[in-house]
Design a binder for this molecule. Structure first.
Ligand SMILES: Cc1cc2nc3c(=O)[nH]c(=O)nc-3n(C[C@H](O)[C@H](O)[C@H](O)COP(=O)(O)OP(=O)(O)OC[C@H]3O[C@@H](n4cnc5c(N)ncnc54)[C@H](O)[C@@H]3O)c2cc1C
Length: 296
C-alpha cells in the first residue's frame, strides 16, 4: 500500500527551487501499488500532480491543495527487439534523460541525441513532448505503458494520443494519467557518432542557455516556429530584467531564473509583466510552457 507522506517543499523538488508544500504526497515503489493509490486518490479528492524531475514546474508559494505522486521505481532501460528495421527500447518514466541518452550511445542507437542537456525524466519528456534541435520526444515513441483511475494499467500506441509542440494528451482519458514507461523506436548507428552529436548539442545549449542556473527551461512557448518567445522578450526589454530575486536570464531572454532568494510570487509577477509588454508591443499573446502548480 503506497503511504501518504507529509509533502516535502516543492522548492526542494523542482529545478526552479521555489514553491510551498503540497497537501500530501505518495511515493510509489511499484506498479502493484497503483490500484491502492487510485483508491486513496479518490478518497482524498484532491487534484493530482505526478512529479518527475520537476524541471518544468513553477510551484506557487504557500500550502497547495494538491496531491503529489512521486514514482520511485526505476529499472535499467532495456532493448526489447527489432521491428521494421528499428530497434525498440523501453525506459521507465522515472529514468533521467541524461542516463537514457548515455545508454543509447553505448548501445549505438540513434534518435534521441537532440534531447542532450534536458534535465527531465522520460515521463516528463513524454508528458511535455520535450524537444530540441529537431528531436521531438513523442515522434520517437513506439508505445507507452500508462495507468489512470478509469482504465487501470494499459499499453497504448500511436493514434491513442494527441500531440503538438510541447503538448501531449490521451484521446480516451480526461484528467489524471500516469506514464509508467515509454518504448522508443531507434536506429542503429555508430556509438562514437551518437556521442559526438550529443556532445555538440549539449555545448550548443550550454553556450546559449543558462543550463546550470536554477530555472525551469523556457518560460513561454514560441508563438510559431518562425517567431521565438525569446526574441519577443528580448525586444520588449526583458533580457536580464530582475524582480524580487527572479530574473530573465541575460543569456537567453526566455529563461526565468531564480537568483537564489526568488519566490513564486515574484516569478508570477515577472511573467505577467513580460506577457503584458509583449501583448502591448507586438499584439502577440504568449502562452506558458512552464507548468504552474497553483493554489486554485
Ligand atoms: C536547463 C533546462 C533546459 C531545458 N531544456 C529544454 C529543452 O531544450 N526542450 C524542452 O522541451 N524542455 C526543456 N526543459 C524543460 C524540462 O526539462 C522538460 O520539459 C522535461 O521533459 C520535464 O521533465 P520532468 O521529469 O522534469 O517533468 P516535471 O517538470 O516533473 O513535470 C512536467 C509535467 O509532466 C508531468 N509528468 C511528469 N512525469 C509524469 C509521468 N510519469 N506521468 C504523467 N505525467 C508526468 C507533470 O505532471 C507535469 O505536468 C529544460 C529545463 C531546464 C531546467
Amino acid at each position: 500500500m503506497p503511504l501518504v507522506h507529509p509533502a516535502s517543499f516543492l522548492s526542494s523538488l523542482t529545478t526552479l527551487r521555489v514553491g510551498g508544500r503540497a497537501a500530501a504526497e505518495f511515493r510509489l515503489d511499484s506498479e502493484e501499488e497503483l490500484d491502492a493509490c487510485g483508491r486513496q486518490i479518490s478518497s482524498l479528492g484532491l487534484p493530482v500532480c505526478v512529479l518527475g524531475r520537476g524541471s518544468n514546474i513553477l510551484a506557487q508559494d504557500g500550502e497547495l491543495p494538491v496531491l503529489l505522486v512521486r514514482p520511485n521505481f526505476r529499472r535499467n532501460p532495456e532493448i526489447l527487439g527489432e521491428e521494421d528495421g528499428k530497434v525498440i527500447i523501453r525506459a521507465d518514466a522515472t529514468v533521467r534523460l541524461p542516463h537514457l541518452l548515455a545508454r543509447c550511445a553505448a548501445w549505438g542507437l540513434s534518435g534521441l541525441e537532440g534531447l542532450a542537456g534536458i534535465p527531465g525524466t522520460v515521463g516528463g519528456a513524454v508528458a511535455m513532448n520535450a524537444g530540441s534541435y529537431g528531436c521531438e520526444t513523442v515522434l520517437l515513441l513506439h508505445s507507452l505503458r500508462i495507468w489512470s483511475p478509469g482504465t487501470g494499467l494499459k499499453n497504448i500506441f500511436p493514434g491513442q494520443w494527441k500531440f503538438a509542440y510541447r503538448y501531449f494528451g490521451l484521446t480516451e482519458i480526461v484528467g489524471f494519467f500516469f506514464i509508467l514507461s515509454a518504448s522508443f523506436c531507434l536506429t542503429r548507428a555508430s556509438s562514437n557518432g551518437i556521442r559526438e552529436a550529443m556532445r555538440l548539442n549539449y555545448f550548443k545549449k550550454k553556450s546559449t542557455q543558462p543550463v546550470l542556473a536554477w530555472s525551469a527551461g523556457c518560460a513561454f512557448k514560441n508563438p510559431s516556429p518562425e517567431l521565438s518567445a525569446g526574441k519577443l522578450l528580448d525586444e520588449a526589454g526583458f533580457r536580464g530584467k530582475r524582480l524580487g530575486g527572479m530574473s530573465f536570464s541575460p543569456m537567453h531572454a526566455n529563461f526565468l531564473v531564480n537568483e537564489g532568494k526568488g519566490s513564486a510570487s515574484a516569478a508570477c509577477e515577472l511573467l505577467a509583466q513580460a506577457r503584458e509588454a509583449v501583448q502591448r508591443r507586438n499584439g502577440v499573446g504568449l502562452h506558458l510552457e512552464i507548468q504552474v502548480l497553483s493554489c486554485s
